[in-house]
Design a protein around this ligand. Structure first.
Ligand SMILES: *[C@@H]1O[C@H](CO)[C@@H](O)[C@H](O)[C@H]1NC(C)=O
Ligand SMILES: *[C@@H]1O[C@H](CO)[C@@H](O)[C@H](O)[C@H]1NC(C)=O
Ligand SMILES: *[C@@H]1O[C@H](CO)[C@@H](O)[C@H](O)[C@H]1NC(C)=O
Ligand SMILES: *[C@@H]1O[C@H](CO)[C@@H](O)[C@H](O)[C@H]1NC(C)=O
Ligand SMILES: *[C@@H]1O[C@H](CO)[C@@H](O)[C@H](O)[C@H]1NC(C)=O
Length: 434
């Protein structure tokens, strides 16, 4: 870990997999697993202590240079360095995390370090965060080359993408406390379109559907009347509730629920010639990324699948994990813990995401009952309203990103970069002038 560098943790609630034919909705799978075995959900998860055994930390010399990525196939020239490779977690068990690191474009030494983790659950930070959201490159529609994302977040920070380790911020706080010193100077955490509190998230999703004209009056009335999403009752929904939810799903129809106003992907085929590079992610970009990252030369350049012995294709979301025993029904206690430890906590929400929508996020944050420091106001970027923000006492900022779906930086790159820049600088978003 780089010394003296401020460390920010970024967590995205989950990623859009709706347009990907191979993928189920990973979040729905999680909810189903949870609601079938709700009694076993361990809400003490946050108290679990993981202790680092210092004797098992292997020497680090030369590892960074070894992981330097010379150039990715089809990549345009860039001035910053990139690294990728595995961090061994348990050699005997063959367990390792894959990481991809892009240095900041300017002032690498003084720029903060931002860790990006995608949710899913089980989805890849490389597939989504790096290649379809905030990374420096996007994959062309022929899956043969890369083009620059002009609003990549390594304009503002050194960005580290890691494949889904759990419970990280809490672990860092714990180790700092245990060592009675700042091992990792964790400064803040920002989460976007994230599952926060099942009860309010669920109702919020259906209320979003209705307020955005996706479901009928009867559907929402029946859901309100017959469904009980509270943790103690979620497993025993009445028949009327199940019917109402089924009717709502049928009402919504085949839209991209992760961005309700976006076009859907109509063909998984690559194009023979690359389409004109687009600032906003293509609805089919999952397929471009899938093919690119499964190209042997690309894996070689990324120092991934080094032994070549992984006898399956790389997938953007893993469906290996199908049973979940350690997913709490709420992370509100975690947010409180972060605030109590003086961390900067931001929650943002792309306001056209229908799957983990702004409505649910607002209901969930309202559960914290925090006093307001700055009332809701429109925030500005380049003369436009980028979204709306509220600042709460206790170190919490909430901001919407106007016109962004679930993968916020993929749909509103400039607004997302503005948001992250302000988060990193620790300043509130500028107010739009009327
Ligand atoms: C933690 O460190 C501070 C000073 O650095 C010291 O005063 C304090 O006694 C330490 N606490 C424990 C529990 O070791
Ligand atoms: C939960 O279920 C119990 C028993 O079925 C019922 O008495 C209670 O009212 C329900 N809770 C809510 C909030 O509806
Ligand atoms: C996709 O590719 C298949 C196989 O090459 C072809 O049969 C099909 O017509 C293509 N679909 C579209 C929409 O181009
Ligand atoms: C790893 O590389 C081998 C050989 O190129 C390839 O057959 C396999 O699909 C790759 N595994 C993954 C997970 O991409
Ligand atoms: C992949 O390799 C593992 C271990 O070498 C083996 O157990 C498994 O059956 C293989 N799977 C396929 C689909 O070949």
């Amino acid at each position: 870990m780089m010394r003296g560098i401020s460390f920010f943790l970024y967590l995205l609630g989950l990623v859009a997999v709706g347009s990907h034919a191979r993928q189920e909705d990973a979040l729905t799978r999680l909810y189903n697993a949870k609601s079938n075995r709700m009694a076993e959900i361990d809400t003490n998860f946050y108290n679990e202590l993981r202790v680092i055994d210092e004797s098992k930390v292997i020497p680090q010399e030369g590892l960074k240079e070894k992981d330097k990525i010379e150039k990715l196939p089809g990549q345009p020239y860039v001035k910053f360095s990139q690294y990728g490779g595995y961090v061994t977690v348990d050699e005997k068990a063959g367990r390792a995390f894959y990481y991809y690191f892009t240095e900041a474009e300017h002032s690498q030494q003084s720029a903060p370090l931002l860790l990006w983790l995608n949710g899913g659950p089980g989805c890849s930070s490389l597939a989504y965060g790096a290649m379809q959201e905030l990374g420096p490159f996007r994959v062309t529609s022929d899956a043969k080359s890369l083009y620059r994302n002009p609003y990549a977040w390594n304009k503002a920070a050194n960005v580290l993408f890691v494949e889904s380790p759990a419970g990280l911020a809490h672990t860092i706080l714990h180790h700092n406390k245990k060592a009675n010193t700042t091992i990792i100077n964790l400064k803040g955490i920002i989460i976007g379109n994230a599952v926060i509190n099942d009860f309010t998230d669920n109702i919020g999703m259906y209320d979003y559907f209705w307020t955005h004209a996706l479901i009928s009056d009867e559907s929402i009335e029946n859901i309100h009347k017959h469904c009980d999403f509270s943790p103690s009752n979620v497993t025993t929904q009445r028949k009327e509730c199940v019917n109402a939810m089924d009717e709502a799903d049928a009402n919504v129809g085949p839209i991209d629920i992760y961005n309700i106003y976006a076009p859907i992907c109509l063909s998984s085929n690559l194009t023979t010639k690359p389409k004109k590079p687009s600032l906003i992610i293509d609805p089919c970009s999952d397929f471009f990324t899938y093919t690119y990252l499964n190209t042997p030369e690309v894996q070689k350049a990324l120092h991934a699948n080094v032994t070549g012995s992984l006898n399956y294709t790389w997938e953007p979301c893993s469906d290996i994990l199908t049973t979940w025993g350690d997913s709490p029904s709420t992370i509100l206690p975690l947010l409180k813990e972060f605030m109590a430890n003086g961390l900067r906590v931001w929650v943002f929400s792309g306001d056209t995401d229908g799957r983990v929508p702004v409505t649910g996020t607002r209901y969930s944050l309202n559960k914290l009952k925090l006093p307001t420091k700055a009332k809701l106001y429109p925030w500005a970027v380049k003369g436009e309203v980028g979204g709306y923000s509220i600042v709460y006492e206790g170190g919490l900022t909430f901001a919407t990103v106007r016109g962004a779906g679930h993968q916020v930086p993929g749909y509103q790159p400039l607004r997302a970069l503005t948001l992250i820049q302000h988060f990193l600088d620790g300043i509130t978003l500028p107010k739009a002038q009327s």
